[in-house]
Design a protein around this ligand. Structure first.
Ligand code: NAD
Ligand code: WQD
Length: 348
């Protein structure tokens, strides 16, 4: 049982989601007190049960839409918050192309509301979920934070670039606000307890959940999207980061914001491992660590995919004093343990 005491309260929007739920666990372990707000639009209540099982106690939770001004204001009134981590957003790239307004409405409005409420209730610190998608296909690798952002490939990607700019402008206008936008690379894995993990709705678009569902027999086979790229084995390269490493990066970002005595501050930091892995290497490593043979075939390229992207993590190492410590094998083992637990639950 981890006690609450007088820990600084952190509002975690989207805290029932994949990255949010893991960050809630890391926050408590680091001595913060999370207050979750989520509307379960892309998650399930069971995530809260998982968090409780890991921590041995409940975490404050509000079921609310982050765009509901009255609901959000009452949370700010009730809780003496010292910071916000804003995860809540829609994130499906394909859907954002079909329903762009839904994405602009949810992802932009929720941020704007927070930026209005934070100064009103003297909440100084914000950590925002951005994405490596803002880099598109960069000319130079690895990408640093100075690598120019390219025009977004999707409305989803555009919401991340616009949100970064909104936060930057709010800070430049001397709003009493200190903010760090973390640009995540490819989050994978699950908590090692298998109490929480990723819950993709329908057919997963992302590689690792597709792999684990194929291994579990939920999908009959995996298609590798193209093997004619200019990479060592012809398949795309990404920087896959364990979700617990990513969670801990949020804790460090909050610590750095609270230690900083400036009134206003805006920073952007890459969060990845610094290592690029091909799709075929992910498959091979998964087979090695789990002993499960994957049924896969090579298919055509997926439209919109970048050939390769991986992070320069120097800034995260120096400014956040954070580094990813978990291996790819560990990430895939944890993702598989989580999938096996889901499969057992589905049968019972
Ligand atoms: P997720 O969908 O699992 O979690 C988001 C959570 O926010 C969900 O629980 C959802 O129910 C909630 N939510 C969405 N809109 C809401 C609203 N208006 N009010 C209240 N709750 C709302 O996604 P995730 O993978 O955990 O991603 C978290 C954040 O990180 C998102 O902003 C996403 O864009 C960003 N990100 C994710 C990835 C990735 O590959 N998973 C990569 C880069 C950035
Ligand atoms: C990884 C690699 C695919 C599925 C997406 C979003 C991005 C960011 C992270 C939020 C690619 C290949 C995949 C499959 C495959 N999210 N693949 N077969 O495309 O790097 O990024 O998630 O910000 O915005 O676009 O991740 O997991 O979809 O793909 O071969 O069935 O796996 O081609 O090379 P991606 P992914």
């Amino acid at each position: 049982m981890i006690s609450t005491g007088n820990s600084p309260k952190i509002l975690v929007t989207g805290g029932a989601g994949f990255i949010g739920s893991h960050t809630v666990v890391s926050l408590v372990e680091a001595g913060f007190e999370p207050v979750i707000v989520d509307d379960f639009s892309n998650s399930e209540r069971s995530a809260l049960d998982g968090i409780r099982a890991i921590l041995g106690r409940n975490v404050a939770f509000y079921q609310a839409d982050c765009n509901d001004a009255a609901a959000m204001e009452s949370i700010f009134q009730k809780e003496q918050l010292s910071g916000v981590i804003h995860f809540a957003a829609y994130k499906a790239v394909g859907e954002s192309t079909r329903e762009p307004l839904k994405y602009y409405r949810n992802n932009l409005d929720s941020l704007l509301l927070l930026l209005e409420l934070m100064p009103k209730y003297s909440v100084p610190n914000l950590v925002f979920s951005s994405s490596c998608t803002v880099y598109g296909q960069p000319e130079q690798l690895p990408v640093t934070e100075e690598t120019p952002r390219l025009p977004a490939q999707s409305p989803y990607g555009n919401t991340k670039a616009i949100c970064e700019d909104i936060i930057r402008d709010a800070v430049h206008a001397q709003t009493p606000l200190k903010a760090i936008a973390l640009r995540y690379f490819n989050p994978v894995g699950a908590h090692p307890s298998a109490e929480i993990g990723e819950l993709p709705l329908g057919v997963p678009a992302n590689l690792v959940p597709f792999i684990t569902q194929t291994a579990a027999g939920i999908r009959s086979s995996l298609t590798v999207y193209g093997d004619d790229y200019n990479t060592p084995d012809g398949t795309c390269i990404r920087d896959y980061i364990h979700v617990m490493d990513l969670a801990e990066a949020h804790v460090q970002a909050l610590r750095k914001l609270s230690e900083n005595t400036a009134e206003s501050l805006y920073d952007v930091i890459n969060i990845g491992t610094g290592r690029g892995e091909t799709v075929l290497n992910i498959i091979k490593t998964f087979e090695q660590v789990t002993g499960v043979k994957l049924n896969y075939s090579i298919g055509p390229r997926r439209p919109g995919d970048v050939e390769q992207v991986y992070a320069d993590v120097t800034k995260a190492n120096t400014e956040l004093e954070w580094t990813a410590s978990r291996s790819l094998a560990e990430s895939l083992e944890d993702a598989w343990r989580w999938q096996q637990k889901l499969s057992v639950e589905a049968k019972s």
